[in-house]
Design a protein around this ligand. Structure first.
Ligand SMILES: [Zn+2]
Length: 510
């Protein structure tokens, strides 16, 4: 069976869950659900990153152990995801024994390959960002005079500490060859170009251990040092796949990330894997950032959207739909409540909801809810069937490129076609004129279109689509068990099938 391994990043426990975390996780969930429906053996991983100086400091400030802080925040992520129908197959914590074993083994392999050496780290460090800057980088950013962090503008401090280094510079040419030979390795295209320019500019060896804090995994044979975030965090994708044992799911098909961690995933990570003699992931895709009502989200502004608070106002499926429909995946976008409402009312309430309601209402009004076999198709019927079949192919192709908005727009086009088909065929006139065979054919085409639309929408809105399908099939439908091969063909609804009475699935938002 074809495998599909998709990951979100592990989220840092020093951060509370916010809209950005939700965005990546929902996107990965849609791909995982769609791959399962396509018959693939799916492994969908998410989790949390628990180590590092910021966690150590935050715990100390509260007078608790770092693991207590981590436990509390981990629980917030763990309990949040089911409320958004997130169907992850594993949830990794970097404090788990399996992860310590994997990271220790990764270190040993890099060391055995001659890719690690000990030296001194002399640089500028931003504590809040946990980022080291070279003097050159500060000068380039115009931050040399004030000695401030180019990212956050706060003061950086000079540090000189003993550190282990990874010979990143040795892998520059191999990485460039790989990126050039595999155009699909980094998406979207603009990010690929950004990485190419960065690597062409020259890679500098990477400091991979710290002695300034202890909340982490110790360096094998030198426990004064803890392994720094690059190796610790990135190796989680191997840990969950079974490393250092059998790894049936590796290499990952897709690492979904935010654009802020592109360099770690598209530069450091593949070089580490090359050094350890392991295959590289097939693709890394970096999505954009959200503003909220036109403003940058930040802790200091206090406008960061919290997923659990959004659920007090909106259903999870509606948020899932909006996030993936509103903005082309890969670009930045703005989250506004007016836009959410407009999109919901236009595309879901007016288009999908209306098509479902009017179709099932007419089926009950004219045929007691029972479908009859369609008679000979006319040109308009064939066009609708062709559009539905085209949608199935196009959605598949769009999701293979992580073009969620295109997939949804394609599904919406079929829904609009369905509503036009109602107007063009005017079933009320067919009923009045007693054109029974024609009326049966039109009603059949409408219900079958709705069934296949619901099937395509199911990875995006699993709860809403279960409700749609429950009316169409007149039975409980387990959306997680849907199969495109088994259920995706046109004409599978049998003559004599009775649909349930319609009930609003997408009531208008006022
Ligand atoms: Zn900073």
């Amino acid at each position: 069976m074809e495998r599909y391994y998709v990951t979100t990043p592990i989220y840092y426990v020093n951060d509370e869950p916010h809209l950005g975390h939700l965005y990546t996780t929902v996107a990965a969930d849609v791909l995982a659900r769609h791959a399962r429906m396509s018959g693939k053996e799916v492994f969908f991983l998410t989790g949390v990153d628990e180590h590092g100086q910021k966690v150590e400091q935050a715990a100390a400030a509260r007078g608790i152990a770092p693991i207590e802080l981590a436990d509390a925040v981990v629980e917030r992520y763990r309990s949040l995801w089911p409320r958004f129908s997130i169907s992850n197959d594993d949830f990794i914590r970097t404090t788990e024994g399996r992860h310590k074993r994997a990271v220790t083994e990764m270190w040993k392999r890099l060391d055995a390959a001659g890719a690690i050496y000990k030296g001194f780290y002399e640089d500028w460090y931003c504590v809040p960002c946990e980022t080291y800057w070279t003097g050159t980088q500060l000068k380039e950013a115009g931050a040399w005079e004030g000695k401030t962090c180019p990212d956050c503008g706060r003061a950086v401090e000079q540090v000189r500490e003993e550190s282990y280094f990874f010979r990143l510079s040795d892998y520059q040419d191999r990485l460039l060859d790989h990126i050039r030979a595999h155009p699909e390795f980094i998406g979207p295209e603009s990010r690929r170009n950004e990485v190419l320019r960065f690597v062409e500019g020259g890679l500098r060896d990477l400091s991979i251990s710290r002695t300034t804090f202890s909340w982490g995994i110790p360096v094998p044979g030198d426990p004064e040092h803890v392994i720094y975030v690059w190796i610790d965090a990135l190796t989680n994708y191997l840990t969950a796949a079974g490393f250092p044992g059998e790894m049936p799911h590796w290499p990952a098909n897709l690492h979904l990330i935010g654009k802020d961690i592109l360099r770690f995933h598209a530069v450091y990570w593949p070089c580490m894997l090359m050094a350890a003699g392991l295959p590289l992931p097939e693709r890394v895709f970096a999505h954009g950032w959200w503003t909220v009502e036109g403003e940058k989200m930040s802790k200091s502004r206090g406008n960061a959207l919290k997923p659990d608070e959004l659920l007090e106002q909106y259903e999870a499926d509606v948020l899932r739909y909006f996030l993936l429909r509103e903005v082309p995946f890969g670009q930045d976008g703005d989250f506004s409540f007016a836009a959410l409402k407009a999109r919901y009312n236009t595309e879901l309430a007016n288009d999908v909801g209306n098509l479902l309601n009017r179709s099932l209402s007419m089926l009950h009004k004219y045929r007691d809810g029972v479908l009859a076999a369609p008679a000979d198709e006319e040109e308009g019927d064939r066009a609708l069937v062709a559009d539905v079949e085209g949608m199935q192919r196009d959605v598949e192709a769009a999701l293979a490129r992580q073009a969620f908005h295109e997939a949804l727009e394609r599904i919406n086009a079929v829904v609009r076609h369905g509503n036009r088909y109602v107007e063009e065929n005017a079933p009320w006139t067919l009923a009045r004129e007693g054109r029974d065979a024609r009326l049966d054919t039109v009603l059949y085409h409408l219900v079958e279109t709705l069934r296949l639309v619901a099937l395509q929408l199911a990875p995006f809105m699993p709860v809403k689509c279960a409700a749609m399908l429950a009316q169409i099939m007149n039975a409980e439908v387990d959306v997680a068990a849907l199969s495109l091969r088994e259920h995706g063909g046109w004409g599978l609804l049998a003559a004599g099938h009775a649909c349930a009475r319609p009930a609003p699935v997408f009531p208008r938002m006022e």
